[in-house]
Design a protein around this ligand. Structure first.
Ligand code: ATP
Length: 207
């Protein structure tokens, strides 16, 4: 484990689920990072719809889901901002906070790869941090070869080296929201305290 390796895990977490925490733990182990910082987004610049519940609810659910895992932390950095921000800016913020000797690893699921060409200044992001793509159930194994002519061989090599063979956990926030709106059980997909929070606050009852 290396104190200077920091994993950042951004997402809408609408809501956070066991897929998130399982792959984040595996990724941290693979990287040798002692800290994983979950960073709920205000909203995703690339998703068509806004999160269904408020940033405060999503932040609170992340806090509950990670409460018993020492290496996990949550940051309100993005939700506090006036408007949604880009990953590159968030990475730069944490690089300044932890200092130039820190290595920043940004975690993303394999479903993100098709969107990478739309990410803000993706080449600078690949250069400035370790953009780590994790395996995800229902997605092909990450393959970046089609972007070689866009970003160059060195960047493709770096992305491939940073691919993490995480376990395939067949859970998504979309499926959880769908189940909750239909009055179905989600206890196998979500941390117990998060389930309780969702019930207590009447979240996701309708689409
Ligand atoms: P939605 O269904 O609303 O799109 P989601 O389940 O993909 O949500 P996000 O909060 O959008 O959850 O995900 C944050 C990050 O976690 C993304 O990079 C996503 O690819 C990754 N991720 C989410 N679920 C999994 C999973 N089961 N396995 C691997 N990566 C995941």
């Amino acid at each position: 484990m290396d104190d200077k390796k920091i994993a950042l895990f951004g997402g809408t977490f609408d809501p956070i689920h066991l897929g998130h925490t399982i792959v984040a733990a595996k990724a941290a182990e693979h990287i040798g990072a002692r800290r994983v910082i979950f960073i709920p987004a205000k909203s995703s610049p690339l998703k068509d719809s806004s999160p269904q519940v408020s940033a405060q609810h999503r932040l609170q659910m992340v806090t509950l889901a990670i409460a018993n895992i020492n290496s996990f932390e949550v940051s309100d950095y993005e939700v506090k901002k006036d408007s949604p921000d880009y990953t590159l800016h968030t990475v730069r913020h944490f690089q300044v906070e932890f200092g130039s000797s820190a290595s920043i690893f940004w975690l993303a699921g394999a479903d993100s790869v098709d969107d990478f060409p739309n990410w803000y200044k993706i080449e600078e992001l690949i250069d400035e941090c370790n953009l780590c793509v994790m395996f995800r159930a229902g997605c092909d194994a990450p393959d970046f070869s089609r972007f070689k002519s866009l970003w160059g061989a060195e960047r493709i090599k770096k992305l491939q080296q940073n691919t993490i063979d995480t376990p395939l956990v067949e859970i998504s926030s979309t499926e959880i929201r769908r189940r909750l709106a239909s009055g179905l059980d989600v206890t196998e997909m979500v941390d117990r305290k998060v389930c309780q929070y969702i019930t207590n606050n009447g979240l996701y009852r309708s689409r």
